[in-house]
Design a binder for this molecule. Structure first.
Ligand code: NDP
Length: 322
């Protein structure tokens, strides 16, 4: 359930309580492919948009810029303790001894003493220098338990407040739940009306795990153009909102936090104006019935090697659950 609060500027906002006890703001700024614009996007989001949640990852290559944007916002009067900063452990670092150095490097890039949330980015371990798509020997065995134990230690050592995973399946989440001392607070997954992934949402709900919806607008280049989807456009027009706002709100009404990416100041501010209206039931149902359910980010280019394996198809990556 979302909790409504107000920013010091009086702006209405919402957050969700995590298993760790901390709160995650309902809308965050995505930063994948923001590149050199990331610092400006982060500053605009925090200072002008009222965002308090930033999503980044070592693999995006923009953490230095994100750090600069946060630092400038802090100089402008925003308190670090009011921010919720997420980063992710990349696939080349998925062995126990590499977890802590990777986190320390991320903290340095972000110019921060701690992270609010650290996520396993993808549940596949890659050799450093792996090709895309991977060559034989590029995808290595992943010691999930060993890595998770190290993530748990980061929490105990106050370097990270909450931990979680991304891109997990029912099989992988159940495996993790079998040995975890700290249950993941968050599972971050692709979710939008074109890929609802109801089964993962349900498993997370049953275990009290909060879900963050990534690529809520259908993602970027090569993604799915939900902004111009007929149903989305029709409902946006009817509610006098933009398609972007309707897509963000759909995710919030499902109980997920949502992290739309934009590096355009107007769209950054637009995407968070979603707290003082609702999508009526009938329209919510129409959005939840969009056909042709399909992932945009299926991981094929990063992890599938059709002849050598160990993952020979997209279905292999997702444990044949889709
Ligand atoms: P989104 O679904 O957020 O879509 C971003 C695209 O939509 C950009 O091209 C952006 O362009 C455009 N856009 C933004 N707002 C609007 C609007 N109001 N109207 C029209 N177009 C708009 O894509 P992402 O795939 O980037 O997902 C969001 C975030 O989720 C990522 O940035 C990243 O932080 C996270 N993520 C996590 C993953 C994981 O494995 N854990 C995988 C993928 C994403 P412009 O910038 O010009 O506004």
């Amino acid at each position: 359930m979302a909790h409504t609060t107000f920013t010091p500027e009086g702006q209405k906002t919402e957050s969700f309580r995590l298993l760790s006890g901390h709160k995650i703001p309902a809308v965050g700024l995505g930063t994948w492919r923001s590149g050199s614009e990331a610092s400006h996007a982060v500053f605009t989001a925090l200072v002008e948009g009222g965002y308090r949640h930033i999503d980044t990852a070592w693999e995006y290559g923009d953490q230095n810029e994100v750090g600069v944007g946060m630092k400038r916002a802090i100089h402008a009067g925003i308190e670090r303790r009011d921010l919720f900063v997420t980063s992710k452990l990349w696939c080349t670092e998925l062995s126990p001894e590499r977890v802590r150095p990777a986190l320390l490097n991320t903290l340095q890039q972000l110019q921060s003493d701690y992270l609010d949330l650290y996520l396993i980015h993808w549940p596949f371990r890659l050799r450093e220098g792996a090709s895309k798509p991977p060559m034989a020997g590029d995808v290595l065995e992943f010691d999930m338990e060993g890595v998770w134990r190290e993530m748990e230690k980061l929490v105990k050592d106050n370097l990270v407040r909450s931990i979680g995973v991304c891109n997990f399946t029912l099989t992988k989440l159940n495996k993790l739940l079998g040995f975890a001392d700290l249950i993941p607070s968050v599972c971050q997954m692709e979710m939008h009306p074109g890929w609802r992934n109801d089964k993962m949402l349900q498993l997370c709900r049953m275990n009290g795990i909060h879900v963050t919806a990534y690529s809520p607008l259908g993602s970027q280049e090569g993604g799915r153009d939900l902004i111009h989807d007929q149903t989305v456009e029709r409902i946006a027009k009817k509610l006098n909102k933009t398609p972007g706002q309707v897509l963000v709100k759909w995710g919030l009404q499902r109980g997920t936090s949502v992290i739309p990416k934009s590096s355009n100041p107007e769209r950054i501010k637009e995407n968070i104006k979603v707290f003082d209206w609702v999508i009526p039931d009938q329209d919510f149902e129409a959005l939840s019935s969009i056909s042709d359910q399909k992932r945009v980010l299926d991981g094929e280019d990063m992890f599938v090697n059709k002849s050598e394996g160990p993952f020979r198809s997209v279905a292999d990556l997702w444990d044949h659950e889709d």
